[in-house]
Design a protein around this ligand. Structure first.
Ligand SMILES: [Zn+2]
Length: 85
């Protein structure tokens, strides 16, 4: 007759184990991912990614500048005008 088993699945990689201890060990074995973000003066955060050769976006300098710029288009235009003076 069929029987019921409890499987313990790692929430990170989805691997199933037949006991909780192994699953906990697996979960704790996954390294923490580190990300680099540029945070602007008003708290806007921009992820630092590799620079795109197509549109020129990305890279550290771009992210630092972008983080200080408002997402409001009018405000942004004003900030860019002031920055170019
Ligand atoms: Zn895992």
């Amino acid at each position: 007759m069929a029987h019921i088993e409890t499987w313990h699945r790692c929430p990170v990689c989805n691997q199933a184990y037949n006991n909780q201890g192994k699953a906990v060990k697996c979960r704790n074995n996954h390294p923490i991912k580190a990300e680099s973000w540029a945070v602007g003066k008003d708290g806007k955060a921009v992820r630092i990614l590799d620079r795109c050769t197509f549109n020129g976006r990305g890279g550290v300098n771009w992210a630092l500048q972008e983080a200080d710029l408002s997402d409001d288009i009018k405000m942004r235009t004003k900030q860019l005008e002031e920055g170019n003076r």
